[in-house]
Design a binder for this molecule. Structure first.
Ligand code: ZN
Length: 196
């Protein structure tokens, strides 16, 4: 082996080791991500519905996000599934303010979840963690101006910026799961870079 090839092999091995170390550090970081949004469908059919119905259901969308985040080594939480909250509006706020909760994903597709989003937006400890996912048809760039939700989105865009339009079919915009995965990868890499 010539000297050049020998040193190149050495550099490749070294970089390979460093890359593995980076992956190990990323895997060791397991951020808690809370997924808020519409509750189960009123008629209780959420658990047994067929695929067509699931494609319409925002609770199911939250479950899909939970599965994707778990596969990415995050610790996703759906309050309704994982805790038995009694006074949810207050308990949620207290939990979401904790430093261990690093991201708060909201799909504001029901009256209750829109009200929650308004509350979180005005909470200085929760606001920086917000990731808002909106079906693209309702994103301020595409929808009618003037509604309460649109003006709330504009407010969030002006302050924290994270209002992502998504497309269930993945046709015009990425799917919600693709957005969340990309975002969490970038978030964790940035976190790692800031500690090096
Ligand atoms: Zn449902």
């Amino acid at each position: 082996m010539s000297r050049d090839i020998e040193s190149l092999t050495h550099v490749q091995e070294k970089l390979g080791e460093l890359y593995q170390k980076l992956q190990d550090s990323l895997n060791a970081d397991t951020p808690i991500v809370v997924i808020c949004g519409p509750a189960k469908c009123d008629d209780g059919l959420c658990d047994v519905c067929d695929q067509e119905r699931k494609d319409e259901c925002f609770y199911h969308e939250r479950i899909v996000l939970k599965q994707c985040l778990r596969a990415e080594n995050c610790l996703p939480v759906l309050f309704e599934e994982d805790f038995d909250l009694v006074i949810a509006s207050l308990e949620e706020t207290i939990l979401l303010r904790e430093d261990e909760v690093e991201k708060v994903i909201v799909i504001p597709a029901s009256e209750g979840s829109a009200a929650e989003l308004a509350q979180f937006t005005r909470d200085p400890k929760i606001r920086p963690k917000l990731v808002v996912l909106v079906p693209y048809q309702y994103h301020p760039w595409y929808s009618e101006k003037g509604s309460f939700l649109t003006s709330l989105y504009m407010e969030i865009m002006g302050v924290v910026g994270h209002i992502y339009p998504y497309d269930r079919t993945g046709d015009k915009h990425p799917k919600a799961s693709e957005i969340v995965i990309t975002l969490m990868r970038s978030y964790r890499l940035n976190k790692l870079a800031s500690t090096m």
